[in-house]
Design a binder for this molecule. Structure first.
Ligand SMILES: Nc1ncnc2c1ncn2[C@@H]1O[C@H](COP(=O)(O)OP(=O)(O)O)[C@@H](O)[C@H]1O
Ligand SMILES: [Mg+2]
Length: 261
């Protein structure tokens, strides 16, 4: 594969694996201590760079080792997160520990002072990005939850977009990861070690991350990604640890918003 000179110099003849976990069109190559992500230039690929730099020293995130943009493709060479993804078997078999780590992850995100945060993950901003996707037919309804579209749901992505625009909830602003699912949270020795995949990270509603995390926990425990079914997890375990009651309306709003991506 073609690599820009600066990146090629850094990876030289080192051996690597290609990672196939992610759902986006990006390609991810894993070296022993670095990871190279190659993706089409987009608002999200730009936001990753900005946020990874801004978050250094504030949260555990990979270090940017080099980044290049050539012919509409972005190349990001970053340090490799230590430990393993939180959806790995070791943690899926320990739902109490996993829930503790997830609650800690949310609290850590919320503890960051966002007064000079350079990026937004507000519903307004997401809707602007969603509009582009709807206009260009990029929303794949076959990948959505079955209840979202169809007889009891929305007619099509356009109708969902209009509904989301008319129902933006009042924002409880925090640092929002933006795609807080288990494969984007790394764990080592029973503790959170790194947040990755920061293309949507920015100031946003706290319920956005809660909604995505709850869906991710549910799907992973049910084995919906072709994995095993695991037991011992209930959603109220997370809310007990957070000491808050679920806001079902907001969670449904952000679940629906995510369907357009
Ligand atoms: N810095 C990193 N350290 C370790 N693994 C990584 C890193 N970046 C990506 N990965 C691996 O590659 C997968 C996909 O990368 P990610 O950035 O999440 O892309 P996608 O947008 O496709 O979800 C991750 O779930 C993880 O397994
Ligand atoms: Mg990811």
């Amino acid at each position: 594969m073609y690599l820009p000179h600066k990146i090629a110099e850094l990876v030289k003849d080192r051996s690597f694996d290609e990672n196939t976990v992610g759902m986006s069109d990006s390609r991810v190559f894993t070296f022993d201590d670095m990871v190279l992500k190659v993706e089409k230039h987009s608002p999200e690929s730009e936001q990753v760079h900005t946020m990874m730099k801004w978050l250094q020293g504030k949260l555990p995130v990979p270090k940017v080792l080099a980044s290049e943009s050539e012919n509409g493709t972005d190349y990001l060479l970053m340090s490799r997160a230590e430990g393993q993804m939180s959806c790995s078997e070791e943690y899926m078999l320990r739902p109490d520990l996993l829930t503790d780590i997830m609650a800690e992850s949310l609290r850590l995100l919320w503890s960051v002072d966002v007064s000079d945060c350079p990026c937004s993950n507000s519903a307004q901003r997401r809707l602007e990005l969603a509009e582009y996707r709807v206009d260009h037919g990029l929303v794949d309804v076959t990948e959505c939850d079955p209840e979202t579209f169809g007889s009891n749901g929305f007619r099509d992505p356009r109708q969902l977009l209009d509904w989301l625009r008319d129902n933006i909830p009042e924002e409880e602003a925090v640092l929002s990861h933006g795609d807080l699912c288990l494969p984007n949270i790394f764990v080592k020795d029973g503790r959170l070690s790194c947040f990755i995949d920061l293309g949507r990270c920015g100031v946003g509603d706290k319920w956005n991350d809660i909604a995505i995390l709850c869906r991710s926990l549910r799907s992973n425990f049910r084995g919906e990604y072709g994995g095993k079914v695991y037991s011992g997890y209930r959603e109220d375990m997370l809310f007990e640890r957070l000491g808050i009651a679920p806001d079902r309306k907001k969670m449904e709003y952000f679940r629906l918003l995510d369907e357009l991506f």
